[in-house]
Ligand binder design. Structure first.
Ligand code: 3PG
Length: 404
């Protein structure tokens, strides 16, 4: 069901699950500041349209991974302020999620008003393994509202109270952000225009095993960088010095390399890396070939020859999905590889290719490097969620809506 199927929403209490999990850093005064508000911006259209329709909008979201009890540093208060600025109207921030604070904020809300509840994960029931505990918390959330709108694409892979259980308790609909995200990912998984390449980076291979397994069946090219690439280089017989390495995954990766070869899927690995003495912007660093990484150095970015090679491999692609930075982009000396991928994607987007950037880190990276969202086909708000979608997994937050 879409929001339109919920009928006239004027005066109705609408609970919206959004993904407002944004990166925060303390500013010079020591107060938390949002470093990338992409997810809040992406959530605004649904919230605004409900408010414009006269609904009493109750937004529920999480921030970070608090362990079921309130912790000041994970308060959504700064997010409420930013959401208000982007909506251009006041947002009432409730001091708790389902207690007195929430109830009085919801009772006080008139038509078109927007309330943001405090961090869902301040309540153990939100992420509880036990279905009963989750259902109990979901019941408390549901009692605040008349209908439910699921719009947090970044959390649809989580079987959590506010994503999954609550949809069984209230008339439910899928929000516009989730609809858009799923439409784009469906284009990647059903008959993508070819060549179809996937660029994977980020720290850990173990997070990406399932998706690599699936992509070997569907993609034409797999380009690999980031911390995870050193496990691939090791599997090819290279020494990687002090670089990130998941020794226990080397055999699995060898298996993938063989499978890819049998299937005619091209796996593109870097030919050079930027190797530094330590994980720091001022560390001594040089470009070295992948077969000459000194034992006391760690690779922190793909090198310039690799950037050129990767850009060439992307130039003729008609479909590209990218998840994970190529290096430690937040430090200037190790940002060039990630910037090169972004630039290659921007170029082919201008030529009509479908390019999708998935995941909080990659989205933050392209913005930090000075690119804008409209230079890409789509910037997904989901990291884990978009990867699990590509893995072909059933996502609980989506299947529950199909049931309802
Ligand atoms: C994300 O950041 O990918 C989503 O907000 C989900 O957060 P989680 O991984 O802590 O469940």
């Amino acid at each position: 069901h879409s929001i339109a199927d919920l009928g006239d929403l004027r005066g109705k209490r609408v609970l919206v699950r959004s993904d407002l999990n944004v990166p925060l850093e303390n500013d010079s005064t020591g107060s938390p500041a949002i470093t990338d508000d992409g997810r809040i911006r992406a959530s605004v259209p649904t919230i605004k349209s409900l408010s414009d329709a006269g609904a009493r909008v109750i937004v529920a979201a999480h921030l970070g991974r608090p362990k079921g009890v309130p912790e000041a540093k994970y308060s959504l208060a700064p997010v409420a302020t930013r959401l208000g600025e982007l909506l251009g109207r006041d947002v009432t921030f409730a001091t708790d999620t389902v207690g007195e604070g929430a109830r009085s904020a919801v009772d006080g809300a008139g038509e078109g008003d927007v309330v943001l509840l405090e961090n869902l994960r301040f309540n153990a029931g939100e992420t509880a393994k036990s279905a009963e505990e989750r259902a109990e918390f979901a019941g408390q959330l549901a009692s605040l509202a008349d209908v439910f709108v699921s719009d947090g694409f970044g959390v649809v892979h989580r079987e959590q109270a506010s994503v999954f259980d609550v949809a069984r308790l209230l008339p439910s609909a899928v929000g516009g952000l989730v609809e858009t995200e799923v439409d784009v990912l469906r284009r990647l998984t059903t008959d993508p225009e070819r060549p179809y390449a996937v660029v994977l980076g980020g720290a850990k291979v173990s997070d990406k095993l399932a998706v690599i397994d699936n992509l070997i069946q569907t993609a034409d090219r797999l380009l690999i960088g980031g911390g995870m690439v050193f496990t691939f280089l090791k599997a090819q017989g290279h020494e990687v010095g002090k670089s990130l390495l998941e020794q226990d995954q080397v055999d699995t990766v060898k298996g993938y390399l063989e499978q890819a070869q049998e299937r005619g899927v091209e796996i593109v690995l870097p030919v050079d890396v930027v190797a530094a003495t330590e994980f720091s912007a001022d560390a001594e660093h040089d470009v070295v070939a992948v077969d000459a990484i000194p034992s006391e150095r760690m690779g922190l970015d793909i090198g310039p020859e690799s950037s050129t090679l990767f850009a060439e491999k992307l130039a003729d692609c008609r479909t590209v999905f990218w998840n994970g930075p190529m290096g430690a982009f937040e430090m200037e000396p190790y940002a060039a590889g990630t910037a090169a991928i972004a630039k290659a994607l921007v170029d082919i987007t201008a030529d009509g290719a479908l390019t999708v950037v998935g995941g909080g880190d990659s989205a933050a990276a392209v913005r930090q490097l000075g690119f804008t969202d409209d230079q890409f086909g789509h910037i997904s708000t989901g990291g884990g969620a978009s990867l699990e979608y590509l893995e072909g997994k059933q996502l609980p937050g989506l299947t529950v809506l199909d049931e309802s």
